[in-house]
Design a binder for this molecule. Structure first.
Ligand code: PLP
Length: 388
């Protein structure tokens, strides 16, 4: 049986898959089981910012694997101490504490709990088209009805208001609100950057009304948008900044950067067996070191402006809008995007959807400009073919 047949037989079925088995990667390229090469603008769904099989991350993982893999936070550890110190240093919110976990949804779940713990309130205000993960708390903050409805009732006291609309947020945030949870650029919801006024306005409202601001940087973090964190574009300072995806060069890891307005956290009120394991911490140290040395943020800003400009110049009646920040890019079509993703795959380019009609690009930030040219040409060609 082929790889695809075996997986199709035994997979849980919760992921809609493409008929392609990827077995190897390097930088911004991946290869299938037959050795065919692809330019990868899926980028592990945003987890591969430092490039596939990054040699520094690979070496750090190998060394740490030979040294110590399993250690819970009961004991102190050199790699954990170093990554906590590093995350505090680079945090966009002047964090003074770090909570380590294993995924984006866990980071969000943790922030929701700790916002309730700090304020003694229950209300969480989230935004339409927002995506924050799939565990019950994170799912309660996620907007998409298709993801939520099979699992009702969810956690009580969550509400959703329109994104980028400060007036509606002002009505929703009250003295019962524990936290407001927001993406700086909505990712799964269609690559929609929030405005400076909206984001800083939320911060003011939270301070004024005693609510915690939870900034979800799971997709936008670690240089994706042209800064180490997207919050830095506006000087946004969440009380919690949630990160994951590319933090550890592709290894599962999440973190919450905790600001000073958050109450002192008592032992045992929250926790995780795998959180802060030395293997993930070592990988994260190597990945963040690489981002800093190579100035990946500046690279994402420059290449992002280049490809967005190039895509905006495509003349196609099928395009509604091209938008993005850094190398987080959305091409909104007037039609469903899936057939175009398949046509791009035929041409050797892998890309993502965001919602039904947005084509999303999240390439590793080490991608070459010449590869971005190939991507833009391929997008133009598949849109052109569709017209014919
Ligand atoms: C903005 C945002 N928040 C949270 C999550 C959930 O992260 P994870 O899939 O690591 O649980 C995602 C995943 O795509 C995301 O994009």
């Amino acid at each position: 049986m082929s790889i695809i047949d075996i997986e199709s037989k035994y997979t849980s079925g919760v992921t809609s898959k493409r008929p392609l088995a990827i077995v190897r990667g390097k930088g911004a390229r991946v290869w299938d089981e037959n050795g065919r090469e692809y330019i990868d603008c899926v980028g592990g769904q945003g987890t591969a910012n430092v490039g596939h099989a990054n040699p520094f991350v690979a070496q750090a993982i190998a060394e740490q694997a030979r040294t110590l893999i399993a250690l819970t936070e009961i004991f102190y550890n050199d790699k954990r101490a170093a990554i906590e110190e590093k995350l505090v240093q680079i945090s966009p919110n002047h964090a003074n504490r770090i909570y380590l976990c294993n995924s984006g949804t866990e980071a969000i779940e943790s922030a929701i709990k700790l916002a309730r713990y700090t304020t003694g309130r229950t209300g969480i205000v989230a935004f339409m088209r927002g995506f924050h993960g799939r565990t019950m708390g994170a799912l309660s903050a996620t907007w998409e009805p298709k993801y939520r409805e099979p699992f009702l009732p969810l956690v009580p006291d969550f509400s959703h208001v329109p994104y980028d609309n400060l007036d509606k947020a002002r009505e929703a945030i009250t003295d019962q609100t524990a936290g407001v949870i927001v993406e700086v650029v909505q990712g799964e919801g269609g690559v929609r950057p929030g405005s400076r006024e909206f984001l800083l306005g939320l911060q003011d409202l939270c301070r004024e009304r005693g609510a915690m601001l939870i900034v979800d940087e799971v997709q936008t973090g670690f240089c994706r948008t042209g800064k180490m964190f997207a919050s830095e574009h506006y000087g946004l300072e969440g009380d919690f900044v949630c990160v994951a995806k590319s933090i550890a060069g592709g290894l599962p890891m999440g973190a919450v950067m905790i600001g000073e307005r958050v109450k002192k956290l008592e032992p045992m009120i929250h926790g995780s067996t795998f959180g802060g394991n030395p293997l993930a911490c070592a990988a994260a140290l190597a990945a963040i070191g690489f981002m800093e040395r190579e100035n990946l943020a500046a690279r994402a800003a420059e290449l992002g402006a280049y490809i967005i400009g190039r895509l905006q110049r495509i003349e196609s009646p099928l395009i509604r809008e091209v938008r993005g920040l850094g190398l987080m890019i959305g091409v909104e079509l007037k039609q469903k995007v899936t057939p175009y993703l398949m046509a791009l795959m035929e041409r050797g380019v892998l890309a993502l959807p965001a919602g039904l009609n947005v084509l999303r690009l999240l390439p590793p930030l080490v991608i070459e400009k010449s590869d971005l040219d190939v991507v833009a040409e391929a997008i133009e060609a598949v849109l052109q073919e569709a017209k014919e």
